[in-house]
Ligand binder design. Structure first.
Ligand code: UD1
Length: 336
């Protein structure tokens, strides 16, 4: 069976993807620098799948360490998650974000070029669309000037991959994630936000757990169903499975271009108040929240048109928002 390198494989989406790869029989080797996760995740993956993935603690900014890694491991594909991802922080630390998110990408692609490796999957984001003019958002929607340095690393990252794919014959796919949420049904792996969560669902679960006094709902004057902003929340297990589908497309030479990109969402938008109501209902609890001003930089609404991903990747979501919000709460309760 093919051996797949997963960078950032101990992170939120990475760990769920490792589990799905192993479930399909792939051999997995993980690179992670443990900068935003813990080594316990490796054991928790092993508990779920019964197979311990190989692991190398490497900082992908160190080119020589990447070279050494590829001297020891031969891989049939790479899924590249490792990156900084805090939108607010990225604005204050642009050079760190560009160095980390783009340096690592370039070094990996250089090794692929030099060693004639193929099949590269990249974590991209719906943030590349900004506030799209039309909803749902198709892959044809124009790329807007990035609102954040983080978003810009995803845009530039895609351009780097496109050019490297064309020049060096590396087949690659960028997956443009909408909002990943939830936890593995085993509740052994999930999202581990450090410090005060910036994203909605971890803030909700921490508020429900009493770690935060109150959730702030950012804005109720958007032009949406109830005035609160709308996003496309996708269960992380469904998102993980999209990576397997993309990998199989590349390995089986089913791709139509050397560089392709797909939206990965559910196709359904939910407002912040709808999320709160659903969370309260599925978990039978009440959340403390108040409405405050809009958060700077937030867009009104984003949800995916997934027609192309469904068809080309032969993939579709299987889990519901209720599944995601119930697993997110179980995961929160399991944290001590
Ligand atoms: C954010 C990033 C996006 C990134 C994604 C990763 C911004 C502007 N965008 O998306 O680039 O890819 O995270 O998951 O930061 N909300 C509240 N109260 C809260 C937190 C959030 O009302 O305490 C609202 C937000 O205003 C938004 C929605 O919940 O309408 C979702 O927010 P969030 O989870 O932060 O995701 P995005 O902003 O969509």
């Amino acid at each position: 069976m093919a051996k797949i390198l997963v960078t950032g494989g101990l992170g939120f989406i990475g760990s769920h993807t490792v589990v799905e790869l192993q479930n399909k029989g792939y051999e997995v080797v993980i690179i992670d620098d443990l900068s935003n996760t813990t080594i316990d995740v490796l054991d928790n993956i092993t508990t779920i799948t019964g197979v311990k993935p190989e692991f190398a603690q490497i900082d992908l900014r160190v080119k020589k360490d990447i070279k050494d890694f590829f001297d020891s491991y031969s891989v049939d594909g790479i899924i590249h998650f490792a990156a900084f991802k805090a939108v607010g922080e990225s604005i204050h630390k642009p050079l760190d974000y560009y160095e980390n998110n783009l340096g690592s990408l370039i070094y990996l692609l250089q090794e692929m070029r030099d060693r004639k490796l193929d099949n590269f999957i990249f974590s991209s984001s719906c943030t590349v669309y900004g506030q799209a003019d039309e909803l749902p958002i198709t892959e044809k929607a124009p790329i807007k000037t990035a609102e954040s340095v983080y978003g810009n690393t995803k845009q530039i990252g895609e351009e780097i991959i496109r050019d490297a794919s064309t020049a060096h014959g590396i087949n690659s796919i960028a997956l443009r994630y909408f909002n990943p949420v939830g936890s593995h049904p085993s509740i052994k792996i999930g999202e581990l936000p450090l410090g005060v969560p910036q994203n909605l669902i971890p803030f909700i679960t921490q508020t429900a757990a009493g770690i935060r006094a109150e959730l702030s709902v950012f804005g109720e004057d958007y032009n949406t169903v109830d005035g609160t902003a709308v996003r496309d929340y996708i269960h992380v297990v469904d998102l993980a499975k999209a990576h397997i589908a993309a990998l199989q497309r590349l390995i089986n030479n089913k791709n139509k271009e050397s560089f392709e990109y797909f939206n990965v969402g559910t196709g359904k938008g939910s407002s912040v108040l709808e999320i709160i109501n659903t969370f309260e209902k599925v978990n039978d609890l009440k959340l403390n929240y108040k409405i405050v001003k809009r958060r700077a930089g937030d867009i009104t609404a984003a949800f995916a048109d997934t027609t192309i991903a469904n068809k080309e990747l032969n993939w579709k979501t299987e889990l519901s928002l209720e599944d995601a919000l119930s697993s997110a709460w179980k995961w929160q309760q399991a944290q001590k």
